[in-house]
Design a protein around this ligand. Structure first.
Ligand SMILES: CC(=O)SCCNC(=O)CCNC(=O)[C@H](O)C(C)(C)COP(=O)(O)OP(=O)(O)OC[C@H]1O[C@@H](n2cnc3c(N)ncnc32)[C@H](O)[C@@H]1OP(=O)(O)O
Length: 201
């Protein structure tokens, strides 16, 4: 596998890949000061002509930056699923996505491309998680939820059943969402309330 982004998130993806006996050949990163990450060489900015048969994962936690970087990549994308994750056989997972340690994906859920299902997150039956979304550590999506493109569900948040979380919305850490969340809304608290719009997307 190749990674793009030598970040803390990359360390977790490396751990995930090593646990499933997949080696990481090299890591691209725009920061020229970085030379290695967990003994894996960091080889500078992404090169479209870098010769390798290995697939690539963009290992950047920020959804908007991950989205931007994928516009430049020409290598095929890989998927990383930690062996401790419980993924129902009916679940579909798109290219470039990662399902990290202890996450649970229940029946008939669809995960888009370049999605992060982070440590211990739970995504129940019949959910749809859009491209470039991030379900952060310990977050809980009840059944039938639709998370649109680029949305962040913060650590430990709970989303009640059958709700829609709009594109590039942010649900704050620990929030309890009981109503649909509009596009770009930033929602915090219990019950979740909109405090502003996400202008970084
Ligand atoms: C492995 C990993 O680390 S994965 C990382 C996953 N990341 C996360 O889970 C982080 C999610 N992010 C958050 O919860 C953030 O606090 C955000 C995005 C909701 C808000 O961040 P900012 O835009 O910087 O807002 P800011 O910190 O200025 O807070 C604005 C107001 O909301 C409140 N607030 C912010 N976050 C929360 C929260 N999670 N719950 C309740 N209130 C909150 C603040 O107290 C503040 O209130 P005030 O205006 O009365 O003082």
């Amino acid at each position: 596998m190749l990674l793009y982004g030598a970040s803390g998130h990359a360390k977790v993806i490396i751990s995930c890949l090593h646990a499933s006996r997949t080696s990481v050949e090299a890591i691209f990163d725009d920061d020229l000061r970085k030379e290695s990450l967990l003994t894996i060489p960091v080889i500078g900015p992404y090169q479209t002509d870098y010769e390798s048969n290995a697939p690539l994962i963009v290992a950047v936690g920020d959804n908007a930056i991950r989205h931007r970087l994928t516009q430049t990549v020409r290598h095929p994308y890989g998927i990383a699923i930690h062996p401790s994750a419980q993924v129902d056989s009916s679940v579909q997972i798109g290219a470039g996505s990662v399902v990290l340690h202890g996450a649970i994906l229940q029946a008939d859920t669809r995960i888009g491309s370049h999605v992060i299902i982070n440590t211990g997150a739970s995504v129940d039956h019949d959910c749809a998680v859009g491209d470039f979304a991030h379900v952060a550590p310990g977050a809980v999506l009840c059944g039938g939820i639709r998370v649109e493109t680029g949305a962040l569900i913060g650590a430990g948040a709970v989303i009640c059943p059958n709700l829609n979380i709009g594109k590039w919305a942010i649900v704050g850490a620990g929030a309890v969402v009981i109503r649909p969340v509009p596009d770009y809304a930033v929602v915090v608290g219990n019950p979740g309330r909109i405090i502003k719009l996400n202008k970084t997307a």
